[in-house]
Design a protein around this ligand. Sequence first.
Ligand code: ASP
Length: 721
Amino acid sequence: MKRIQFLTTTILSFILLLCLPASAPAEEGMYPISEISKLDLPAKGLEISPQEIFNPEGASLIDGIVKVNGCSGSFVSPEGLILTNHHCAFGAIQNASSTENDYLADGFLAKTRAEEIPAKGYTVRITESYRDVSAEVLAAAKGIGDPAARTRAIDKKIKAIIKAEEAAHPGKRAEVSEMFTGKSYLLFIYTYLKDVRLVYAPPLSIGEFGGEIDNWEWPRHTGDFSFMRAYAAPDGSPAEYSPENRPFQPAKYIPVAPEGVNEGDFVFILGYPGKTYRHQTSHFLTYDREFQLPYIVKLYDWQINVMEEMGEKDRAVALKHADRVKSRTNVLKRSRGKLQGFQRLPILERKREEEKALQAFIAADRERQKMYGSVLEEIGKVYKELREQAEYEFALEYLPKSVILFEVAKTVYEAALALQKEDIDREPAFMERNFAKTREGLFLKLHDYYEPSDRVFLKERLQRLTELPQGREIPVIAELARDANPGAAIDRFIESLYAGSRLGDAAFVQQALEKSPEALRALNDSFLRFAVEMDSAFRELTETRRRREGALAELSAKLIEVKQQLLGSEFIPDANSTLRLTYGRVRGYSPGDAVTMSPITTLKGIAEKTTGEEPFDAPRKLLELHRAGDYGRFKHPQLGDVPVAILYNTDTTGGNSGSAILNARGQLVGVNFDRVFQATVNDYAWSEEYSRSIGVDIRYVLWVAQKFAGADHLLEEMKVF
Ligand code: ASP
């Protein structure tokens, strides 16, 4: 990996410093790779040189770390074998499953490379280099007062930078990530591998053992891992799936350590954490707590019930819903955890205190007061407006997010409009560099389309929209609302939509995606017509959000600036799906009064939890192997059993799923997949008290692969003999 240059941004955030108990070791932080050399990791417990983790001049561990769609993963062999979570490979397993070959329920093992199944819609990303482009990006917005125009200017500049970089690096992808809102931007060069295949997935009764009951909980016994493989063209370059492709040979792969780790051991994690909110203000936290989280909880809870009920008696229907049910239940419980955290911990109160202290610091100097005096108040105003509009905006936003045929119609229409513009002026999803992915995503959605659930979800959205005054400003909605019996009018409307549309048919969508807006109109498809009628409402929403984003960007940049003045130190940017390192130790915790949790679970716990009923239905073979004490080389010397999951205090969030957990020597000892319930508030504030992440122990991964699945060839490939 080559380093180009990066503006330094380090150390603990002010906010979290204040939140930590004085005695706590400061193990918080999702450090960008540029910061690794400044961390003095050897003093914390690392036994290799930090250069072996990140070396701008040559190969290092980070070359073995990948982003697998929204998750993380790592290369564990020179032949492109990837270890990630079962829940990360879930979409691929579901897509390959049918009632005849139910890989989701029964698991899947490719005995030869030829048997590996293409994971549709999957890409694997490797970070190649980065460069600070803040000055260039911000120069584009200089002097522009109108917030929406500012956002547009910044977006356009970013697109231009990306275009130029991709032209200069053929075959690579460029992406610009905002590190500090409105303040700093990094350009990353990535390799994207597009031929990804499924190699081994355990049965659901291992990969999801404990299901939603155990999700976000400790003690844990879920075998949340799967193996995939990345392929490239014979010359090693990224290529779409082809039988001619060869396993990708990474510059570096992560060696696995079959001996695993022990309580107290130093560990670090390399991966792609998605999003944290530690630099957000109390205004955002209040909005999240009072509106956003409860909204999601209510909507998803209901939608999950609908899908589960419909799938109860028909496995084919359950398979259509499986991916959505899984991701929504995960978000649902996480949101509940956050709400509970807000209630139990003074997160919001502390944030307000910090803001008070900051305001006092600002007021103490006349120049500062002039420059920053109204920043927090202005941010508050933006959130006030957002809160007032939120019911309506969410009613709209969750229409395509809930109703597949509407999303298809909307995307098809927007694509037709976009294709009439210059590439640089299009929304990113419709630019040449992204269009194939957008199209592929659409067909994957269509694969999960099930008309009965789609209808129910549409009805609920239409009811909401007709009840809201802003919704009634949209003519097609107003017409429904005006009816003497709006409920019946909505039913009739839904009837006509599904009867008059062919968008459920992939071949039709394929053709529609090639048509001009006029030609689309001429198709006279009811759902397309509906999408056209809703188009101006969605456009207006985009513009409103652009304006808010522009206003918040300027204000947030100022806020960071003045916080830096107060603390005299720099901060770590919030997680943003770029590569980060976090370190800590294998460590238990106390989630409540008189409760102590130790940090390693074993097979014994699986046997104890097994009831024979889903989700505690461990396979008979696994239980027999345990009963026979057939542990091979994977027995923990003190525990006398195979470790299943481990607990540690590193700083992780969603997106870190599938991340390699490495020991002091840089070897893989586990795969991160979750956090404890109390740690869901980690996204706002890390604490040694409650921030614990959960990983599947490498010994369990290897034991299941070898003893349960008979995948000795994979162990050999990882050089575990
Ligand atoms: N299980 C989590 C997720 O996929 C990972 C995390 O958030 O810690 O969302």
